[in-house]
Design a protein around this ligand. Structure first.
Ligand SMILES: N[C@@H](CCC(=O)N[C@@H](CS)C(=O)NCC(=O)O)C(=O)O
Length: 219
């Protein structure tokens, strides 16, 4: 099984957490941003990573579809909750985290990398990539402000993690997995680390559960 990815993408981290949780053996191919489209478009019709190639079956594009594929082909250990209503809620959180919060994280993270976080990699080439990403996704002061508000709301929704290790019900679900991956880039930003230590503790625990190396900032 081959995972087509960008090594630094939090959506690819989400797919790796799922593969690790299921203890599926896989290899990775790191694609070059920009040229990735040439490889992906004919395979999935999409232009985004991650994509999973479970030969001989067709390539699966989109991290949510990868999670569904893994659950149906590798049922144990499961991330389906036994209570159907809770399970539906966990997938709803997964979809919201994927479609809204993962994007908000990207906006806040790349904005920070171009300002206070410049010291992470001040090289011209790194700042050039960051500027391309900011332009590609329309990361502007107004969109970053909105993203910060969205993250604030998300952290309140996820505050269930303060009391117990699972966001929904009493066992590990796709909500835990998606939250751990899609909020992980915030681990480098001091304000979030100081204000929400519990969030990063759960993100680290989820990585340990899935056998995935910790994200930058928590490693
Ligand atoms: N909802 C998609 C989002 C994936 C996504 O946004 N991937 C980014 C990397 S973090 C990407 O491939 N961007 C390149 C592009 O849009 O061309 C998923 O869950 O797979």
């Amino acid at each position: 099984m081959l995972l087509l990815q960008f090594s630094t993408s939090h959506y690819c981290r989400k797919a790796r957490l799922a593969l690790g949780y299921k203890k599926v053996k896989y290899e990775v191919e790191n694609l070059t941003p920009g040229f990735h489209i040439l490889k992906l478009k004919p395979l999935t019709g999409l232009t985004t990573v991650p994509a999973l190639q479970p030969t001989p079956e067709p390539t699966i594009g989109d991290s949510t579809r990868i999670l569904h594929y893994l659950e149906s082909h590798y049922p144990q250990p499961s991330y389906t909750l036994s209570n159907p209503e809770q399970n539906r809620y966990a997938w709803l959180l997964e979809d919201w985290l994927d479609e809204s919060i993962g994007t908000a994280t990207r906006f806040v993270y790349y904005d920070w990398r171009s300002k206070e976080g410049k010291s992470i990699n001040p090289s011209l080439s790194s700042q050039l990539v960051i500027n391309i990403v900011r332009r590609q996704y329309g990361i502007t002061p107004a969109s970053v402000k909105l993203a910060k508000e969205r993250l604030q709301n998300a952290i309140e929704v996820l505050s269930t993690w303060q009391e117990k290790p699972f966001l929904v019900g009493e066992s590990f679900s796709v909500a835990d997995l998606a939250a751990a991956a899609l909020l992980s880039p915030l681990a480098l930003i001091p304000e979030y680390r100081q204000e929400y230590p519990w969030l990063f503790q759960r993100i680290a625990e989820t990585h340990q559960t899935c056998g995935e190396p910790l994200p930058p900032g928590l490693d």
